[in-house]
Ligand binder design. Structure first.
Ligand SMILES: [Fe+2]
Length: 325
């Protein structure tokens, strides 16, 4: 069970400015929360690049479908060379009709695959959360690994979801005024998501650190599917989502004082804007959990993934190439 994928070996992207990503380094990115005067609740204008482009999507879809590149070439009537080039992030020669045949052969949504291939996968403007969400992004390969901090927008106390990989970077990103942590929730055990946990414990001494049951993370309380709790004014429901890892949770968060406002799903490496996490533990269960989450959660649920930008359930239902049921 490895990290999300071996970015280091990836050739240069075809679309380095995928979507609305800026050309500047991730280190220059501001926090994503913007609160224009007189506008409440907060809205988010995303600047993070997508985690995956066409080569990644095709690679994951091949694994999920249990197909080799040769078998895909035969099924889709697309040359093996073009498919291999696409897996290597060279896909200028793929025509729209070929993309559609690849989608059909892989069980993908063709409109979403075309949007990914064109480098114009849209992102929603995220709004409606009844609390502040701080996306704490760390460089990871060519993308980001994300931790998330929620607060009541007045600072003071927060709840942290994952920690990111790097204690020093987390300290630099930490919002001024947030001096206490009511709890930490971890989606899965990979270092890019938990590497700063010791520093978080040292700085904040959170009363509880929760993790998926069976994760093996030391000094954590295990949470199973359906676990519900209230913590610091938030209700938090655990959704066990194995597939990327055997022990992998997503957390559905609502403000107790605003139960009908948009919920937040911190979903780790289950689902990304425009893609899904790799099914490194079990591709079948990964697909089942993606289908479950897209089917069962309200459209206005804001998705906070372990990599890449924020999105929503409704947006991914409409655009994600893997949203086919
Ligand atoms: Fe990851």
């Amino acid at each position: 069970m490895g990290a999300e994928k071996p970015h280091a070996a990836r050739p240069a992207r075809k679309n380095p400015s995928q979507s609305s990503a800026p050309a500047s380094s991730v280190r220059d990115w501001p926090f994503d929360i913007r609160r224009p005067a007189g506008f409440a609740p907060p809205m988010v204008i995303e600047q993070a690049p997508l985690e995956d482009e066409l080569g990644d999507v095709l690679e994951k879809a091949l694994r999920l479908a249990g197909l080799s590149a040769d078998a895909l070439a035969a099924r889709a009537s697309v040359s093996k060379e073009k498919i291999q080039d696409a897996l290597d992030y060279r896909y200028d020669d793929l025509a729209g009709a070929e993309l559609d045949r690849l989608s059909a052969a892989l069980g993908l949504a063709s409109a979403g695959l075309r949007e990914i291939a064109s480098g114009r996968y849209p992102l929603p403007i995220v709004s409606g959360l009844p609390f502040c969400l701080h996306a704490l992004r760390s460089p990871h390969g060519l993308g980001t690994a994300n931790a998330y901090l929620i607060t009541d927008c007045r600072g003071g106390e927060g709840i942290l979801f994952d920690t990111g990989p790097d204690p020093a970077r987390l300290r630099r990103m930490w919002p001024a005024g947030v001096a206490r942590l009511a709890a930490v929730f971890l989606t899965h055990s990979e270092t890019e998501h938990t590497g700063a946990l010791s520093e978080v414990r040292r700085l904040f001494s959170p009363a509880s650190v929760f993790a998926p049951a069976g994760s093996g993370l030391p000094a954590t309380a295990g949470l199973v599917d359906g676990s519900r709790m209230e913590c610091a004014g938030y209700s938090i429901e655990t959704l066990a989502t194995p597939g990327h890892a055997e022990a992998h949770n997503a957390y559905l968060v609502r403000a107790v004082r605003a139960p009908h406002a948009a919920p937040l799903l911190v979903c780790g490496d289950l689902l990304f804007a425009g893609s899904v996490g790799g099914g490194y533990f079990c591709v079948r269960r990964q697909r089942e959990q993606v289908t479950r989450i897209l089917r069962d959660l309200p459209a206005n649920t804001i998705l906070a993934p372990g990599h890449g930008p924020l999105t929503t359930i409704g947006h991914e239902r409409a655009h994600n190439p893997f949203a086919t049921t």
